[in-house]
Write a protein that binds this ligand. Structure first.
Ligand SMILES: C=CC1=C(C)c2cc3[nH]c(cc4nc(cc5[nH]c(cc1n2)c(C)c5CCC(=O)O)C(CCC(=O)O)=C4C)c(C)c3C=C
Ligand SMILES: [Fe+2]
Ligand SMILES: [Fe+2]
Length: 369
């Protein structure tokens, strides 16, 4: 192991604190080559696909990437905007608004950055830049309300791996999950109630979460339980009876069984059963992306209508809604307790003086040698 060369430690510095909002990642462009590069990085992560590496290498490089890259690129093209990938634009905007919200709460010199687990801006690049800018404390805030080894766990891996070659590691804190956080549930509730105020109510509310292989649940991944808890809390906040909503799992990948019930067949069955209107919300995604804008709002809408459904409403993700930004600020704030960024200026000044005194003592020690 070789460690990076770093500038000498600065005596007397209080250093900066930073928050990194980390999302999954997205291609740089809706083109075959860009999507291929992104999928290769994403699907090579052993947390995401748990198949023996050698076997998976052949399947990934000879079957998945040649076929899926072009298909997915077309889907990405259908949701791309002038600003780029919706996932990246929303995540960047959320980071910026979060900075503002925390500033208003008195956390003045706090840097808020965004990073992607796959693609750019990459976590190692963002963490290196924060260190170069003098960050001594970093809170990692994954864009996943529900913990899963496949997503949150993989962010931990990337962070630990990055610091494996760093000598002077900052203080690190992680938000593990917020599937049952009051602010998050309230933001979801506001979003649904707003939609219903404008468009009336559906016969059924479908809460669709991203799926994972069922095997991960059997092997101890808490994701399924956390999704069900989010759904139960949201249903309670909306005063829904069990027959007024259903929880489903979308985006199945490959041939193995994933968490059930699957979103698309469930929605088609609802239409065949004579349900005229459904509203679909995706509470596990805090930013609209391919999986919500294309898979739900285009493909699943089509399935519902093809099977006789009359009215399909997609309720957008929390994105930059003020109640969600406030909740994000609350979640962040609960994890940075004790950091100087939330100290009043007088206390901060005292900390600086103590650090200076330490520096003077260290210099004196040096002089005695
Ligand atoms: C192959 C296995 C996959 C697992 C396991 C998985 C879990 C998982 N993913 C999200 C969130 C997102 N996934 C997105 C896209 C996406 N997901 C997979 C595969 C798995 N996901 C693929 C191959 C793709 C790429 C698109 C495609 O080719 O179909 C996205 C959207 C990204 C975007 O650019 O918009 C998100 C967000 C979660 C939360 C999760 C487990 C809990
Ligand atoms: Fe996914
Ligand atoms: Fe469970």
């Amino acid at each position: 192991m070789t460690f990076q060369k770093e500038p000498p430690h600065k005596h007397g510095s209080v250093g900066r604190s930073a928050i990194v909002l980390v999302n999954l990642g997205t291609p740089d462009a809706p083109t075959r080559s860009s999507v291929r590069r992104y999928l290769k990085e994403f699907l090579s992560d052993p947390r995401v696909v748990e198949i023996p590496r050698a076997v998976w290498w052949f399947i990934l490089n000879l079957i998945i990437l040649p076929f899926r890259s072009g298909q997915s690129a077309k889907k990405y093209a259908s949701i791309w905007t002038r600003e780029g990938s919706p996932l990246r634009t929303h995540t960047a905007a959320q980071a910026q608004y979060l900075r503002g919200a925390l500033g208003e709460r008195g956390h003045q010199d706090l840097t808020v950055a965004m990073a992607m687990r796959y693609g750019s801006p990459s976590l190692p690049d963002v963490l290196s830049k924060l260190k170069a800018d003098g960050a001594e404390r970093i809170l990692l805030l994954p864009a996943y309300p529900q913990y899963s080894g496949t997503t949150t766990g993989s962010i931990y891996d990337a962070v630990f791996q990055h610091y494996g070659s760093v000598r002077n590691i900052p203080e690190l804190r992680f938000v593990r999950n917020y599937h049952d956080h009051d602010g998050y549930i309230r933001a979801l509730q506001h979003s649904v109630l707003n939609h219903w105020e404008q468009h009336g109510r559906p016969e059924k509310l479908v809460m669709s979460f991203h799926g994972v292989p069922k095997r991960t649940l059997l092997l101890g991944d808490p994701y399924h339980c956390e999704c069900l808890k989010t759904a139960r809390l949201l249903a309670t906040a909306l005063k829904l009876t069990p027959d007024q909503y259903v929880v489903t799992f979308q985006s199945r990948f490959g041939k193995a069984e994933w968490l059930q019930p699957y979103t698309a067949p469930t929605v088609a069955q609802l239409a065949r059963d004579g349900v005229r209107r459904i509203d679909v919300i995706c509470p596990g995604f805090i930013a609209d992306c391919l999986e919500t804008l294309e898979e739900i709002s285009m493909e699943v809408r089509h399935d519902f209508e093809q099977n006789g459904g009359k009215e399909f409403h997609y309720i957008p993700c929390l994105n930059e809604s003020p109640s969600w930004i406030a909740a994000l600020a609350e979640i962040a704030e609960q994890h940075i307790i004790g950091w100087p960024t939330q100290m009043p200026p007088s206390q901060r000044e005292q900390l600086k003086q103590e650090a200076e005194a330490g520096r003077a003592a260290a210099l004196q020690l040096g002089a005695q040698d």
